[in-house]
Design a protein around this ligand. Structure first.
Ligand SMILES: [Zn+2]
Length: 369
């Protein structure tokens, strides 16, 4: 076969393949050449949930992750409704030692004794020990900026100079900082203007956390400005903005953030409803966002295995959540979710984008390669 015929015949093969892709009938061989994953691919594709809380010594979370082909990052967080952070870390250490291929952990620190001169040194020591024990990242939570007060009763914001030695240290070690600052933008709006039903219900039930009712507290803009100021002070930091960097209300705002901080990534934890609320209005815009930032987005859920939770019930809920998100990101199926009124249509992202968002970005972000 001469060169021309060879290239002609390969062109014909490409045309044949294209015809197969556009053909909607299922067909043996279709899966190999399709640019998109289907629901049946779900257990076969390697995936990573980059934001979970395994706060239970039991192995239910691990077992479900293994069945569904997920690796996990369990994040310790100084949250009063969770076990104390030392206990969270004990659980993380024992799970990561027992299942080193499946679960990894992010450490955290307490603001207790903040006003002591030895605070920063003590925190640094704690984090260094956690890193020696395998921590892949460090988490800072919204208590910084929203609830923790110093001895003078002032809120400590994330750009407080007292935190700089910790952030400088982590930057020098190339350890990523997972930051959850502020709340969803809805928190500063009246209930009837909130964009998703879960926020409406949560803030109606927890008026103490509904910032619209607390104008004496820092504004949403002040929280975001403090976070950005901290990042400006630490340009070498490998920052991961949890919960879409608290910019969940607008893919344009997230895009602006990612442009401004080219080394930052973001996780999707507990904000898929916000993404869906936007794609109901403009599917192509949200789809284009995922494609443009395919190297900067980490798939994540915020699934939490609480102490005392029934194993089977937890497994079912994790499996359901993971399947629902898979359907949204991979297919163009229509379905309804409690967070959003009306029908949601899936984004049907290409396989190459899914592989990054669901796996390779997390492996890179946590230096697992
Ligand atoms: Zn979380």
């Amino acid at each position: 076969m001469n060169k021309l015929t060879a290239s002609l015949s390969s062109t014909l093969m490409i045309i044949a393949a294209t015809t197969l892709i556009s053909c909607s009938h299922s067909n043996v061989g279709n899966d190999e050449i399709s640019q998109h994953y289907s629901m049946s691919d779900f257990p076969k594709v390697k995936k990573f949930d980059a934001h979970v809380h395994a706060n239970n010594h039991g192995a239910a979370f691990i077992e479900q992750a293994q069945v569904d082909n997920f690796e996990l990052l369990t994040i310790n967080v100084d949250y009063p409704d969770f076990p104390p952070i030392d206990e969270q870390q004990d659980i993380a250490l024992s799970l990561t030692q027992d299942y080193p291929q499946t679960i990894f952990f992010a450490a955290t620190f307490s603001m207790r004794n903040w006003d002591d001169t030895s605070w920063a040194k003590d925190v640094q020591k704690r984090l260094d020990t956690a890193l020696v024990n395998g921590a892949k990242a460090v988490k800072v939570w919204k208590n910084i900026g929203m609830s923790f007060r110093n001895n003078a009763q002032q809120l400590v914001m994330i750009d407080d100079p007292g935190l700089d030695p910790i952030f400088t240290h982590l930057s020098q070690l190339h350890v990523p900082l997972i930051g959850h600052q502020g709340e969803p933008h809805n928190c500063w709006l009246p209930i009837d203007q909130m964009s998703v039903n879960n926020d409406k219900e949560y803030f109606a039930a927890h008026p103490q956390y509904h910032m619209y009712l607390h104008p004496e507290m820092p504004s949403y803009e002040a929280q975001m400005a403090a976070r950005n100021n901290m990042l400006d002070k630490h340009p070498q930091m490998r920052f991961i903005g949890a919960h879409l960097a608290s910019l969940e209300w607008s893919v344009d705002a997230i895009s602006e953030f990612l442009q401004r901080y080219p080394d930052a990534t973001i996780d999707l934890a507990a904000r898929m409803g916000q993404v869906q609320a936007q794609s109901v209005k403009d599917l192509n815009k949200v789809r284009a966002f995922f494609i443009e930032y395919q190297d900067r987005i980490l798939y994540a859920t915020d699934l939490t295995h609480s102490p005392g939770a029934a194993a089977q019930e937890f497994k079912n809920s994790a499996h359901q959540k993971w399947l629902e998100d898979w359907s949204y990101l991979n297919t163009d199926k229509e379905f309804s979710v409690p967070e959003v009124d009306g029908m949601v249509t899936g984004l049907r992202l290409p396989k190459s984008v899914i592989d990054k968002i669901y796996y390779h970005n997390a492996r890179r972000a946590f230096s697992l390669n």
